[in-house]
Design a protein around this ligand. Sequence first.
Ligand code: PLP
Length: 391
Amino acid sequence: MNVIYTDNNATTQVAPEVLEEMLPYFSNQYGNPSSIHSFGGNVGKKIEEARSKIASLLGASSNEIVLTSCGTESDSTAILAALNSNPEKKHIVTTRVEHPAVKNLYEHLSRKGYRATFVPVDKDGNIDMEYLLKNLTGDTAMVSIMWANNETGVIFPIPEIAEEVKERGIVFHTDAVQAVGKIPINLAEVNVDMLSLSGHKLHAPKGVGVLYVRKGTKFSPFMIGGHQENGRRGGTENTASIIALGKAAELAAAHLDEENTRVKTLRDKLETELLKRVPNCIINGDRGNRLPNTTSIAFEYVEGESILMMMDQYGICASSGSACTSGSLEPSHVLRAMGVPFTAAHGSIRFSLSIYNTEEEIDFIIEKLPPIIERLRNMSPFWQEMKKKSA
Ligand code: PLP
């Protein structure tokens, strides 16, 4: 059975060109990049090439790129570095819809004496700017706000937010794990102090990430050890994956147009056709302000997990809008923050496409999914009740 992979916000396939680029660093090119001999030094040079390609994708300088192990490490490093630089300030700000990499760290910090503000979003997933600005005070140590949401794809106005936050002299970090490679980012024009990205979301392997640290930003390392990364992150480099990420960054820049044209067209077709064929379904998130590859669709009165299991029988991979907490399925905090009704949040499915998806695959989903929803609804007491009421 063919796999139809539409779960690219969870992780992506390693691009064939990326795999080819990294393979020698698992076999004959095993030198330590810090070594004085040229065998290791040559690997070091490749790492610097990769750093420069990553910098170029972001509109940054090479020396502003700190290589890490993942998006989560980048987020933790940024937030803790900002707090270390402002030890007298005890207020931190983020949104209600962040990835757990930020959300759970903020919750942890709020148990350790920090006062955390979680800025709300509206029903379309857009940030409440007024609430954000009202809550920036002289005691605010840092603000961390994601560039694009992993569940709905909704994009926050990071350039505007960065201006407001920086104007008040507050450190600003953005988790751009879902945005990089999908929308244009030019840090020469956007005033963020720090930005996180993750290799496995843009066709590089898992286990490599980046923290961009703007020149002049006060910084303290999270991983304290060797002199690697100019003393900003100790530990021998994950050479093969870093070199892979360099290649992936180069490809991402080259494919940005395709993401915003062909991939977006496929996403729009999937959405439009499903809305046409399936009654009682709703798009979660602002349709005019989203990543080009993402759609979160609520199929009312059915359970997302059942839809995923039935799609799995056809090889279709996607995600639901629920998280399993202590054995029960809770709608995600993102959909709850948007006020998506329980009956819709439970049946929410996220499709996230990539340049590797084809129109045939989208047509296959459009053909297979409506009968799945119909079958599940026929078994759903909520659906029967709703039909009775509306009859
Ligand atoms: N931030 C966002 C918005 C994400 O979507 C993810 C992963 O899904 C992460 C952070 C964590 O990245 P990583 O898996 O590389 O730790």
